[in-house]
Design a protein around this ligand. Structure first.
Ligand code: FAD
Length: 344
């Protein structure tokens, strides 16, 4: 079948890759110029810094075997088993309560992982899906669905996968013509809530690279400090500082300069006054950083035999990178069994 996937992040890319390998004709529509969604890497002073997800661990075999292959290919590296801890008063080199799980990261920014996963499918980037039109069984057109793109063109396909945040999925789905079933799904995803955060990247000149990899912070406006230099082959110091959701809620209306100042003040209290004198900076405003109340199933499907449609993403089954991956993987397994022999 011709499958149109909306969203080129980990869930859409893994589903697309596996369905393409099974013989389907897959196109991914992505509104941004770059791929990866919340896997976002920016270049600052020639260093690739992760301003989205900075690292992850592994719990399931499904994700574990994917990560193992990516480590062998050199796209992912083992980073560390221990982070530091700032408890609001004191900084510990190693979190005394750490369960020492292996943490992974990209070898040159995590966004390149998304780029390497896109090889198996066609990508239409800088194309926003504005809505969906259900053609139905008595159709004069060949395909069951039309994905309406905001440049007024359409993409016709037999099946649709929406691999975006719940908020974006809601926007796309509510335009679909078929009322009853889409309403059931819309009701579910309308309840999903997200937390936001700011991610501040900073490079430093003439500053020795710290010997810790990252610091988890408690009782602070900062949630996490990543020593990005420790992932790269460089002598230049580069940090990524993530705010707490509480800080985000309180300061979301402030200017970027004010937010930077507040975060630099806080980080210098934790790691030293040098941290408030960056060479270059970049700030990202993540309105949809993490789901607060995920749905307890890995994917949702519209039950229309002649017009398959499914939703995947990290708000289904959990709220992590691994969940997003397993969500896309599980749907692809299910659709491969359901549709491949008959239609591919
Ligand atoms: C700062 C930060 C830190 C994080 N830290 C961690 C962590 O420590 N551990 C962890 O497990 N996870 C973490 N996460 C979460 C993790 O990054 C996400 O769970 C995961 O990347 C979500 O992937 P996804 O496939 O669900 O979709 P997303 O990454 O949300 O991507 C959706 C894609 O859909 C596209 N899109 C949306 N609407 C449309 C449309 N209408 N038309 C076309 N394209 C569209 C978007 O542009 C985007 O590319 C973090 C995230 C952030 C931002």
């Amino acid at each position: 079948m011709v499958i149109g996937i909306i969203g080129a992040s980990i869930s859409g890319l893994i589903a697309g890759k596996r369905l393409a390998e099974a013989g389907h004709d897959v196109t991914i529509i992505e509104k941004s110029r770059s791929l990866g969604g919340r896997l976002k890497t920016v270049e600052l002073d020639n260093l690739n810094l992760d301003v989205g997800l900075t690292h992850f661990d592994v719990s399931t075999n499904t994700f574990g075997s994917f990560v193992k292959k990516q480590v062998e290919k050199g796209a992912i590296q083992k980073w560390t088993k221990d982070f530091g801890l700032y408890d609001g008063i004191e900084l510990f080199d190693v979190d005394p309560n750490s369960d020492s799980r292996q943490q992974y990261t990209g070898t040159n920014g995590l966004q390149s992982l998304a780029e390497s996963m896109s090889r198996w499918v066609d990508i239409k980037s800088e194309e926003k899906a504005g809505g969906l039109t259900y053609i139905g069984p008595d159709r004069s057109k060949k395909r069951s669905w039309m994905i309406n793109l905001t440049d007024v063109s359409v993409f016709e396909c037999d099946a649709v996968i929406i691999a975006t945040s719940a908020v974006d999925a809601y926007g796309v789905l509510q335009t679909a013509q078929n009322k009853t079933e889409t309403r059931r799904i819309i009701r579910h995803i309308d309840e999903i809530r997200y937390e936001g955060c700011f991610s501040l990247a900073a490079t430093y000149d003439n500053q020795e690279v710290p010997d810790w990899k990252g610091i988890e912070c408690e009782k602070s406006a900062i949630k996490w400090i990543s020593n990005e230099s420790s992932k790269l082959d460089t002598n230049q110091t580069a940090l990524v500082i993530q705010s707490t959701p509480e800080f985000y809620r309180k300061h979301a209306q402030k200017s970027e300069e004010e937010i930077k100042e507040l975060l630099f003040e806080e980080v210098s209290d934790i790691i030293g006054s040098w941290a408030r004198r960056p060479q270059s900076t970049y700030i990202e405003n993540w309105k949809y950083f993490k789901t607060k109340n995920p749905i307890n199933e890995y994917f949702m499907e519209l039950e229309l035999e002649d017009a398959p449609l499914a939703l995947i993403g990290d708000y289904l089954g959990g709220s992590s990178l691994e969940n997003a991956f397993v969500s896309g993987y599980n749907l692809s397994e299910y659709w491969k069994k359901k549709y491949t022999e008959v239609t591919a």
